[in-house]
Ligand binder design. Structure first.
Ligand code: TXA
Ligand code: MG
Length: 325
């Protein structure tokens, strides 16, 4: 299959995407977090093509993206006791990088939820995504547009590198704003349980209720929730002090790189130590180091406050063996 990349500014971009979706094809679209591989969430045949292109296991459920708030209660039900909290979160953070886990309704096929009785829902704030989904008029299932287990794409070139010849269309709107996948939360006993940390930080959520972090056993048995994910091909370690001589080692530095000596390649997440910039550039820099023919990547930890929590979550999942936490 030939993969076409169309610039978001091209006058035919939106209609090409909408026509592809209407034919039941998967289309790679930018969101404010990472690029997603979208398909009609109500059509199992279309959703299956996402799993095929990504080589994603069927037990890993997808996020359903909504065209509007009105669609929420067509795909999910909100229990009376959590309605005020759910509505407050939606009011504050939608459209945006917050995904809610709710009870699913029958409109959502099994293949989307991996057979779970819950469904993950969000509304993207990206103007191109919004144009496409509004014109399409139906919810879109969209995981990150990478092959299974690999680093999420934050620009169209990454999507091309991952899925070229596997999908018909990529809409290119440049680099994504946040660079990390959405924060996933579930309301459990009136508390906000964080299943995946992301651009909406625990500090931002704290104003809405008590925050808890899901333990491994509280997460679905889905690969995105497991310890190893988002992995570069090159082994990555956190805070490694020494390595065998003769190895080509790259450094993913948090801020201005003072430990220059001995590294074959260095990428700095944010010279000025800005967590937002670090999050936005993390996956692109990981990819660059992964492509530099290194034996090992050493990643410097970032402070685990605010967005730093989500950055460290991704670094730990990318890390190999004993430095993985
Ligand atoms: O920012 C994002 O969320 C991006 C963009 C494209 O929207 N999407 C994304 O999708 O990151 P994906 O498939 O790469 O990650 C979705 C995560 C998976 O870890 C999956 O296990 C979890 O959401 N998930 C989906 N449905 C769930 C459910 N019913 N209960 C718990 N976790 C769920
Ligand atoms: Mg993913």
């Amino acid at each position: 299959m030939k993969t076409r990349t169309v610039a978001a500014g091209d006058p035919v971009a939106v209609s090409l995407a909408v026509d592809g979706l209407a034919r039941g094809e998967p289309v790679a679209l930018p969101t404010e977090t990472v690029y997603g591989l979208a398909a009609d969430a109500t059509r199992p045949d279309a959703v299956l093509k996402i799993f095929e292109a990504k080589e994603r296991p069927f037990f890993d459920p997808l996020i359903v993206h909504l065209p509007s708030r009105e669609w929420l209660e067509k795909v999910a039900s909100i229990p009376d006791e959590s309605r005020p909290l759910v509505e407050a979160l939606i009011e504050k953070f939608w459209p945006g990088p917050l995904t809610l886990i709710l009870r699913r309704r029958a409109l959502v096929p099994d293949v989307v939820t991996g057979g779970l009785e819950t469904v993950a829902v969000r509304m993207s704030a990206h103007p191109i995504f919004q144009k496409v989904i509004t014109q399409f008029g139906r919810p879109l299932a969209a995981p990150s547009a990478n092959r299974f287990g690999r680093i999420s794409p934050t620009c169209a070139q990454h999507v091309h590198a991952e899925l070229n010849t596997r999908i018909p269309l990529i809409v290119d709107a440049g680099a994504t704003e946040h660079g990390l996948e959405s924060t996933i939360v579930k309301i459990v006993a009136g508390q906000i349980q964080i299943l995946r940390s992301g651009p909406i930080t625990p500090e931002q959520l704290a104003g809405f209720g008590e925050i808890t972090f899901a333990t491994a056993s509280e997460k679905p048995n889905a690969p995105g929730q497991l310890a190893s994910h988002y992995a570069p091909r090159t082994p990555l370690r956190l805070t490694e002090k020494s390595w065998p001589s003769g190895q080509r080692v790259g450094l993913l530095a948090w801020r201005e790189a003072c430990r220059q000596a001995g590294f074959a390649a260095i990428e700095v997440l944010s010279e000025r130590g800005d967590l937002r910039e670090a999050a936005a550039t993390l996956f692109a820099k990981l990819r660059q180091l992964d492509e530099a023919g290194l034996d090992l990547i050493i990643a410097e930890p970032v402070p685990e406050t605010g967005l730093g929590l989500a950055i460290m979550d991704r670094l730990k999942k990318a890390a190999t063996d004993e430095t993985r936490i």
